[in-house]
Design a protein around this ligand. Structure first.
Ligand code: FPP
Length: 246
């Protein structure tokens, strides 16, 4: 059993495999992304139903700009559509949306929709949905360091401690992820929440993102519940105290 709680408070997901899902069916990659976007709604609901409070999804990395322009454009359109179509329903279910990443590179209408959705859902507390878009873990650490320096002009880097940096990350008011799920068969974290995943349990699964459904989530949760989280301590320190023999 997990030593903290057998249910993760915060799940982060790298939604990989949309392109391969489509290729396997002789469909354009963009169809895989459309199918993948539909899967987002399903997983948000499955998490909310299980009282998981925080869900963070990697939708677009700082490196994804290198993809063909039509694919980048489809991903932007899907994001806009998602904000248009799903946010009203999700908001009524208590979902709070936040977007992390450098949004200044996005088209103006997308930036405006993101801001409006964040504002409209700001008071919701059932599920904190964070979408990482134009996000990179290295970018986040660098921007946090710069933000700290701006906030503390008289200080030098010798004054910078781990908690100071964490307080300026884009995830400053979220707990660190307990469980990171990556679909699509790769075993890497691809510049996602690098600082925040220091003690996160990493779960890699072969299913492509469009195939990752509620049953797949339950399997990941069962795996998580079997992990012993030591946070640097020994097995003996984290094992439950033996009960006295009667
Ligand atoms: C990785 O699959 C997936 C992405 C780069 C985009 C993820 C985006 C979505 C699921 C849809 C939009 C999201 C929201 C929140 C509305 P890949 O294309 O790298 O797949 P491959 O490795 O098989 O090529």
């Amino acid at each position: 059993m997990s030593t903290e709680s057998s249910l993760p408070q915060h799940i982060a997901i790298i939604m990989d495999g949309n392109g391969r899902w489509a290729k396997k069916r002789f469909l354009p990659r963009t169809v895989g992304h459309v199918k993948g976007a539909a899967g987002v709604r399903r997983i948000v609901k499955a998490c909310a139903d299980r009282d998981i409070r925080y869900l963070t999804l990697f939708a677009f990395s700082t490196e994804n700009w290198r993809r063909p322009p039509e694919e980048v454009s489809t991903l932007m359109d899907l994001f806009v559509q998602y904000l248009q179509k799903e946010m009203a329903d999700m908001s009524s279910e208590g979902v709070r949306l936040r977007v992390i990443g450098d949004r200044s590179a996005f088209p103006a209408d997308l930036q405006a929709r993101i801001a409006a959705a964040e504002q409209a859902t700001a008071h919701n507390t059932t599920l904190h949905l964070t979408v990482a878009a134009n996000y990179g873990g290295q970018w986040d650490i660098l921007q946090a360091t710069r933000a700290w320096q701006t906030a503390n002009p008289g200080c030098t880097l010798d004054d910078l401690h781990e908690a100071d940096l964490a307080a300026h990350l884009s995830t400053a008011d979220l707990p660190d992820p307990d469980l990171l799920i990556r679909t699509g068969g790769e075993s890497r974290i691809s510049n996602f929440l690098l600082w925040q995943c220091a003690y996160t349990e990493l779960y890699f699964v072969d299913d492509y993102w469009p195939d990752f459904d509620e049953a797949s989530l339950v399997k990941a949760l069962t795996w998580f519940a079997s992990r012993v989280r030591r946070f640097g301590r020994t097995d003996e320190q984290v094992a439950p105290a033996p009960t006295a023999a009667t």
